[in-house]
Design a protein around this ligand. Sequence first.
Ligand code: SF4
Length: 407
Amino acid sequence: MDIVADIGGSPGIDCQGFCKYCYFKSVKEVLPFGCKHCFPFQKGCDYCTRSVKESYPGFNHPQYVVQQITQSFHLGNEKINKITISGGGDISCYPGLFDLVKQIAQFNTPIHLGYTSGKGFKDKSEAHTLIEYGVKEVSYTVFATDLKLRREYMNDKNAQASIDTLKVFCEQCDVYAAIVIVPGVNDGKVLDKTLKDLEDFGAKGAILMRFANESSQGLILENAPILSNIKPQTIEEFVKTVHACNDKFDLRISATPLEDPLIGSPFAIRNNKNALSKLPKVSKAATLITGLIAAPRIAQIFNELNSDVNIVPLNKDISCLITIDDFKHIDLKMVKETVILPGRVFAHDSEMKNIFLKDGIDRLVRRGPESLTYDGEMSISMKYDEVIDFEIQKFTELIEQINAIGT
Ligand code: SF4
């Protein structure tokens, strides 16, 4: 089990200024979406109102964070594998970072710095200190190793120091470097140079992130476009880039929202006959609603299972970011009497029920499992069997649900 040490803070505000491509830039005061955490009689809860924006009023005091960690240690029965420091603001800009890491060292557990852009580091000696206290893994937002681009796009005033710090981490820790690919800015030759540098520094892997610029690509906080002059890559173009990088560099490459060339996820199970044979038989009919990336992959799985389950995609790339607006143009003729939605859909249950009632058919509408697979951000540090076991477990849950409530 992993413990998260939540330092709080807000994207952009607690990051020494917004990166130009930050997904949280220009976020509007949107009405609550409704979600799986809401009460049946009330649309809107803390999660779908506030947490979704990853916005907290300032950083948490290190003492408070340590108290939370101590509680987690006492509550859980499982072995603690690592403590991940993470928050809405940037870890390297957190004034209490050294104090916090020093105190966490007493737990004798490996420390993972969740995403940090490195913008707040002033000198590489800071990396040495953090490593001495037990930092073993770092997820580092690199964007590009080109200093000029880091200054311009990440608002990084200490670009040389952050790259020097990155190098030290690469030499002594497991570093996963994140690169949001902004077409025409840090792709092509710039991306090649960045990945070559990471290879030379000794990074463990690189997570390529598709830049989203439209609501259908996941900008649900009325903040699209982030960069008005940039045309984002299509899913197909992005997948091509990921495979090309994977072929070219001696680095573990993975990507989000897809794809992991080594493991074959998301939905790696679709290409593993043995794993598919471990799933229960599908004995009932149902419709699964999902996003554009998942739809063909899930369809392949249920075709292999010879089931009477059909998949209806909505116009949203990532199914976890589906909102009630995405249901507006759904063709109800395609929808059977039992409907299962992605567990994390951002819509209130009562609204979803009404959407599927519009043609007069009283359908049974339920949320399915929270997730069915891992994206590249997760799978990059996992083994193939771990991903497959997870997918077997989640598809088993889904099929059991279909068999229990399907028609
Ligand atoms: S460091 Fe991350 S969260 Fe902060 S502004 Fe940049 S992209 Fe946004």
